[in-house]
Design a protein around this ligand. Structure first.
Ligand code: ADP
Ligand code: MG
Length: 623
């Protein structure tokens, strides 16, 4: 094309496209899911803008927020069109090729090891999945602020953009035209497309139509050509019989004009989805399978696994909203990598069914940003900017309730997990339901335990609730995880404090001289071996009226021993001499202690100082 401008794909994008083109990945269906998801995003965007600017939708068909799928069976062209926000020329250049998203290289890397393209949407590069089924793709787009352009590429390292002077004007929105590859012929089939839309797009909140063909019988004046008569009779002999019967019944009717029936193909837009939002339904009527599917489409997580838990509820009162929260089956790789730099929450905010944003950080505290879900509020105003919404007073109430519900949901994972229950009686009544829930909390803990710890550090209001969710190993837990409640239930009579020790590994700690005496006296000691635990214990001072005591620090009390006083007295000279000999700069004090057994002496840190482990952490800056 004479007016085409050529561009090269950014290197990572180009690599990604190569991988997709050459992929042996068998589930090529996913391209349709990605395109519909993009169409839906684009419609969400224009609908959001229309809240504050009615004019933006235009008039006529432009006001219809819909997705239209069309197939040209002969030419093997499949097109997906939306009346969404569209893309300007600059958008086309940036979004489809020259700027790699942050997830691009991560996804390329993942592809090389797993080859599983299913998660492409999670990495923000779903569009390129079109090259699983097409060798040539055109993107026609019209944004309100620009004229209509065509982006096109054969995935050969380059794409072209031209001013669109030959296609029908779109009005507004985007049409993706896929020229199907030879081996992707199966997609040039309406029933296949219908099945796929049903399968993948159940939770799209815009109507999806297919330009569907219909074979209908029409009567046309019969000509005298015998051969065509024969054809008809061989096609449907039963119909002919009926016709014959009618004729004999209708004997005194005038002689009918001679007509014949022929098949004709007509087309009409057929609605493929039901747009009733799942969160508006009664939770009792939504099946587990529906929640699982909803999670997958919401989180773009199309792995085999089910979410670990969900909570669907309606909040009433001053602030009304409905919400669905999910605990994903797995933590994303980078969940904690950039924890302090990213702010992104994973909740979608709707106001009266209208999607507002999925980057609303005011809905959940950072430590819960591993949750996925959605909030739809009737209380928040619709016709204000995102910035205004962010300051709306209702948000605080919503946030508070969401946190409670989220923590309840997590607590329930533990409660329903038979492995968690210390109660032996419960273990006897096992059902298959139990089997499914067995080990779930350990799984949760391994994936998201760190978030609970960060919560204890960050959220003073819910500290106790979060502390209940803590799990750790102890000197008595036998390699298993245990909770503070379980620890307390095992405390010795007269034991006042909860004992713990920090270090880099359980193995290292198990032989610590600090534990000798405690072990001998049968006290249980918690092992805290995660670097974050040191910070955690600066915030977690007590639990259920019991103080935490680091056994490597000053202040360890193991019940009174009558000999203590005598011992202190008789070693007075020695401790005094020692203190002098070690000089003031090295130790604060030298004391007789009952904490040891075989080891003659240990160095302990003062109550308010850093533990030795913390010193090590600060030196290596592991967090
Ligand atoms: P993601 O949807 O995760 O952002 P994609 O690779 O699917 O990643 O799409 C890349 C970008 O291309 C989108 O973020 C969007 O800006 C743009 N885009 C894709 N499809 C459309 C569309 N139908 N309408 C408007 N913009 C689109
Ligand atoms: Mg996408």
């Amino acid at each position: 094309r004479s007016n085409a401008e050529k561009f090269e794909f950014q290197a990572e994008v180009s690599r990604l496209m190569d991988i997709i083109i050459n992929s042996l990945y068998s589930n090529k269906d996913i391209f349709l899911r990605e395109l519909i998801s993009n169409a839906s995003d684009a419609l969400d965007k224009i609908r959001f803008l229309s809240l504050t600017d009615k004019e933006i939708l235009g008039e006529g068909d432009n006001t219809k927020l819909e997705i239209l799928i069309k197939l040209d069976k002969e030419k093997k062209i499949l097109s997906i069109r939306d009346r969404g926000i569209g893309m300007t020329k600059e958008d086309l250049i940036k979004n489809l090729g020259t700027i790699a998203k942050s997830g691009t290289s991560a996804f390329v890397e993942k592809m090389q090891t797993s080859g599983d393209l299913n998660l492409i949407g999670q990495f923000g590069v779903g569009f390129y999945s079109v090259y699983l089924v097409a060798d040539y793709v055109e993107v026609i787009s019209k944004h309100n602020d620009d004229i209509q352009y065509v982006w096109e590429s054969k995935a050969d390292g380059a794409f072209a953009i031209s001013e669109d002077t030959w296609n029908e004007p779109l009005g507004r929105g985007t049409e993706i035209r896929l020229h199907l590859r030879e081996e992707a012929g199966e997609y040039a089939d309406e029933s296949k497309l219908k099945d796929l839309v049903k399968k993948y797009s159940e939770f799209i909140n815009f109507p999806i139509y297919l330009w569907a063909s219909n074979e209908v019988d029409v009567e046309v004046p019969a000509d005298d050509d015998e051969s065509s008569d024969e054809e008809e009779s061989s096609e449907s002999s039963s119909e002919e019989k009926e016709e014959d019967a009618e004729k004999s019944e209708d004997e005194d009717a005038e002689k009918k004009p001679k007509t014949k029936k022929v098949k004709e193909t007509t087309y009409e837009w057929e609605l493929l989805n039901d747009v009733k939002a799942i969160w508006l339904r009664n939770p009792k009527e939504v099946t587990d399978e529906e929640y699982t599917k909803f999670y997958k489409s919401l989180a773009k997580d199309f792995s085999e696994e089910k979410p670990m838990a969900w909570s669907h509820f309606t909040a009433e009162g001053d602030v009304e909203f409905k919400a669905v929260l999910f605990v994903p089956p797995k933590a994303p790789q980078d969940l904690y990598e950039s924890y302090y730099n990213t702010k992104k929450s994973n909740l979608k905010l709707y106001v009266r069914r209208v999607f507002i944003s999925d980057e609303f950080d005011e809905l959940l505290p950072k430590y819960l940003n591993f949750l996925k879900g959605l909030v739809d509020s009737d209380t928040l105003p619709l016709n204000v900017s995102r910035e205004m919404l962010q300051q709306h007073s209702s948000l605080k109430t919503i946030k508070k309730k969401l946190i409670r519900k989220a923590l309840d949901m997590i607590r329930k994972i533990a409660e329903e997990d038979p492995d968690e229950s210390a109660d032996k009686d419960k273990k006897d009544v096992e059902s298959s339901d139990d089997d499914e829930k067995r080990g779930q909390y350990t799984k949760f803990w391994n994936e998201f335990g760190k978030s609970i710890k960060l919560g204890i550090i960050e959220d003073a209001t819910n500290r106790n609730r979060l502390a209940k969710l803590l799990r750790f190993e102890t000197t008595k837990s036998d390699g298993k995880l245990t909770s503070l409640d379980q620890y307390i239930s095992r405390m010795k009579p007269g034991q006042k404090d909860i004992f713990y020790i920090t270090g880099t590994s359980k193995e290292q700690l198990e032989n610590s001289p600090f534990l000798e005496r405690l072990k001998k006296k049968n006290y249980e000691v918690i092992f805290f071996t995660d670097p974050v635990d040191e910070y955690l214990m600066q915030y977690l001072m007590d639990y259920e009226d019991k103080k935490f005591q680091n056994v490597s620090k000053e202040g360890l009390k193991l019940g009174k021993d009558s000999k203590d006083k005598d011992l202190k007295e008789s070693f007075k000279d020695l401790t005094k001499w020692w203190k002098g000999a070690l000089a003031k700069d090295n130790v604060d004090d030298v004391k007789v202690s009952n904490r040891l057994d075989n080891t003659p002496c240990v160095v302990v840190t003062s109550k308010y100082g850093w533990s030795a482990n913390m010193e090590r952490i600060m030196q290596s800056q592991t967090l």
